[in-house]
Design a protein around this ligand. Structure first.
Ligand code: NAD
Length: 328
């Protein structure tokens, strides 16, 4: 698909970024990982240092000079660096804004000036905001429900202007609840799947916000990697300068999710089947249901997701069990 290129992955030491770095190296590309390690970790990329085609640049997207250094000589950019998490953005909207909007703009300016051929960036399903229509179709969005959602929508607006004004080829990927190996189970802003897996392995009760009937289009990381590769390599002019839902196209309730996790984890430790689930209040900024239409990506990028939620969850659970059981 994409080989023998020099590709910059911002946020390459994070969950999604490190999986992208790994696959790009397997395809014989040179990879520059640009990260400030605010939420990313050296452990995520430790196994890549032995590859001579892997380069780490420690820096901050809030500094334009760092962005200029990072894009120097690269063919394409996968821009993943951002501060994720809706609750984090509610607690500290200023920092989220600086990283996710000013940092994003710095990267666009640097990519434009360095004549980067393609700029693929992590957008978000949070851009659908309070729209209740299902499935979510790219052209129909609602009002943002959090500072984080605003930042991700502003990214799309800037990318659109840069593509039209400066001819920079941009593609935004609206990720829907991504999960898989190396997603951080620790900290106040951990995503629900790694958090629940860690709690279940520790025989602690996961807390579901609300009655558990809220649903999400949980998307396995390998489908997300496929979308990034397709976005980097497409030669279809109609496919450029737009955004795509990046998802599997099925929804799972939180109650179903916890039941699958208990089932898969109890293959390793039967006592996990008896761990009780607790229900708490709903969280501010949460929408009840999320489900993507993936028609646009299928049509324009020839996207064919290879992993259903359950297939992905089995692989992820196996990885977490190996990873976490020694740390208990
Ligand atoms: N995980 C999901 O479900 C999901 C859903 C929608 C969108 N996204 C987006 O995907 C991208 C990757 O998310 P992730 O889940 O891998 O998160 P992550 O926190 O694991 O990765 C983000 C990476 O960006 C780095 N970073 C943060 N601020 C930086 C800065 N100022 N300069 C340089 N590097 C910086 C972090 O250190 C980290 O390595 C983000 O843009 C996020 O908003 C993720």
């Amino acid at each position: 698909m994409i080989e023998n290129k020099k590709i910059l992955v911002t946020g390459g030491a994070g969950f999604i970024g490190s999986n992208l770095c790994e696959t790009l190296l397997e395809l014989n590309n040179t990879v520059v990982c640009f990260d400030n390690f605010s939420t990313g970790k050296v452990e995520n990329i430790q196994h890549l240092f032995s590859n001579k085609n892997f380069k780490l640049m420690v820096g901050d997207i809030r500094r334009l000079e760092d962005c200029r250094k990072a894009v120097d000589g690269v063919d394409c950019t996968l821009h993943e660096a951002a501060l994720g998490s809706v609750p984090r953005s509610i607690k500290d909207p200023l920092t989220t804004n600086e990283v996710n909007i000013s940092g994003f703009l710095n990267m666009l300016v640097a990519a434009r000036d360095a004549k980067v051929k393609r700029f693929v960036y992590a957008a978000s399903s949070s851009t659908y905001g309070d729209s209740v229509s299902l499935p979510k179709v790219e052209d129909t969005i609602g009002k943002p429900l959090s500072p984080y959602a605003i930042t991700k929508y502003v990214n799309e607006l800037y990318a659109d202007i840069f593509s039209r004004t400066y001819d920079l080829d941009c593609i935004g990927l609206r990720y829907f609840n991504v999960f898989g190996k190396r997603q951080d189970p620790n900290g106040a802003y951990a995503a629900v799947i790694p958090l629940f897996v860690k709690q279940l392995i520790n025989h602690e009760s996961p807390v579901i916000n609300g009655d558990g009937e809220y649903s999400r289009d949980f998307t396995y990381i390998k489908n997300v990697v496929q979308m990034n590769l397709l976005a980097l390599s497409t030669e279809n002019k109609e496919a450029l300068n737009t955004v795509y839902n990046t998802a599997y196209g099925e929804r799972t309730t939180l109650n179903q999710l916890v039941n699958y996790l208990k089932e898969y984890l109890s293959n390793y430790d039967p006592a996990i089947a008896n761990v009780e689930i607790i229900h708490g209040p709903h969280r501010i900024g949460d929408i009840p249901h999320s489900l993507a239409s993936i028609e646009k990506a299928q049509k324009l990028l020839n996207y064919q997701p290879q992993y259903s939620m359950k297939q992905g969850l089995k692989e992820a659970v196996e990885w977490y069990y190996e990873e976490l059981r020694n740390k208990i």
